[in-house]
Ligand binder design. Structure first.
Ligand code: Q46
Ligand code: ZN
Length: 303
């Protein structure tokens, strides 16, 4: 197995590209993929301020590192969601990386700052922990980005994540979600910041390899609530298909983006967007769900 670029000994084989790379050429390949994705989808350029959402896992750490190394104007954002040891450990990893590398980091703690507890809220609202957590995260990504004058919010979604999401949405013909599945979600309101996924063509394995080569510390544990998620089953099924037919995941995503997605454009819900009467963030109701969560949490501590 020789490196396709320099003919030295290859250390990673990427079956879907029918190519092996040595360490140095893998980094060249990885960097090119990220740069190509950013350019092809006009995600941002060097003058833009980009907020990178960091969980402490390999994907977001890889994204933060590559964007900072390539000279993009990035600030990390970490949200402590109050998920026991998982949150404590991930915050440590993220803070220590920022400190060692002199990177800017914004930390939000939903309990300390807003009195929010995802477990209490999930019981009170009879919603899953992940659904409450997801709403809080989406709100804060946008609010922090908007208030800080950022041009884009970047997340570490990889090819495996995107293919699993696409499979889930296709299996239940979630037309609205299919219309929105894209490496770039443009802003549809002056107060909504564009969302981008520069790693959408790179796999989990490639991101892992990238952080290992660069000796980037990351949290190996997944969030305890991710266990048993449907998306994990979809990833297993797709891995099986990929084994038999390398390139399946990439074909699935790129063909959907090139040929499939446009058929769902009309399915985009034409929701009337307005500004929350409490915080001014974009919502479809009088008061946004985040402000309702805060109100509910305060009522419950008063009683
Ligand atoms: S939604 Fe659910 Fe994630 Fe929140 S509770 Fe954990 S698994 S972190 S991507
Ligand atoms: Zn609000």
């Amino acid at each position: 197995m020789k490196c396709v670029r320099c003919r030295k000994k290859g250390v990673i084989h990427l079956k879907r590209h029918n190519a092996a790379f040595c360490q140095e050429c893998f980094l060249y390949y990885y960097k090119n993929q990220v740069k190509k994705n950013i350019k092809r989808h006009r995600m941002f350029d060097k003058e833009d301020k980009v907020l990178v959402v960091i969980s402490g896992g390999k994907d977001s750490m890889a994204l933060w590192h590559i964007l900072a190394s390539e000279g993009y104007n990035v600030t990390g954002m970490y949200i402590n969601l109050g998920i026991g040891q998982y949150s404590d450990k991930s915050q440590q990893v993220v803070e220590s990386f920022a400190q060692k590398n002199g990177l800017e980091l914004i930390v939000k703690d939903i309990k300390k700052e807003y009195g929010l507890d995802i477990y209490k809220l999930s019981k009170l609202l009879k919603r899953s922990t992940c659904s409450v957590c997801g709403s809080i995260k989406r709100y804060l990504f946008n609010k922090v980005a908007y208030d800080g004058g950022f041009s884009a919010v970047a997340t570490g979604h990889n090819l495996d994540d995107e293919a699993a999401t696409l499979l889930g949405n296709v299996l239940s013909w979630e037309e609205g979600y299919l219309a929105r599945q894209s490496p770039v979600l443009e802003s549809t309101h002056p107060k909504l910041v564009k969302k981008v996924k520069p790693l959408y063509t790179l796999t989990e394995r490639e991101n892992l390899f990238y952080v290992l080569i660069n000796k980037i510390e990351f949290l190996h544990d997944e969030c305890p609530h991710a266990v048993g998620a449907r998306s994990i089953l979809y990833k297993e099924v797709l891995n099986r298909l990929e084994e038999e037919s390398p390139g399946t995941k990439q074909r699935f995503i790129t063909s959907f983006l090139e040929k499939g997605r446009r058929h769902f454009q009309d399915a985009q819900e034409k929701l009337e967007l307005r500004e929350c009467s409490i915080c001014g963030q974009v919502t479809t109701t009088e008061v946004c769900s985040f402000c309702r969560f805060v109100k509910l949490s305060n009522q419950n501590t008063e009683n």
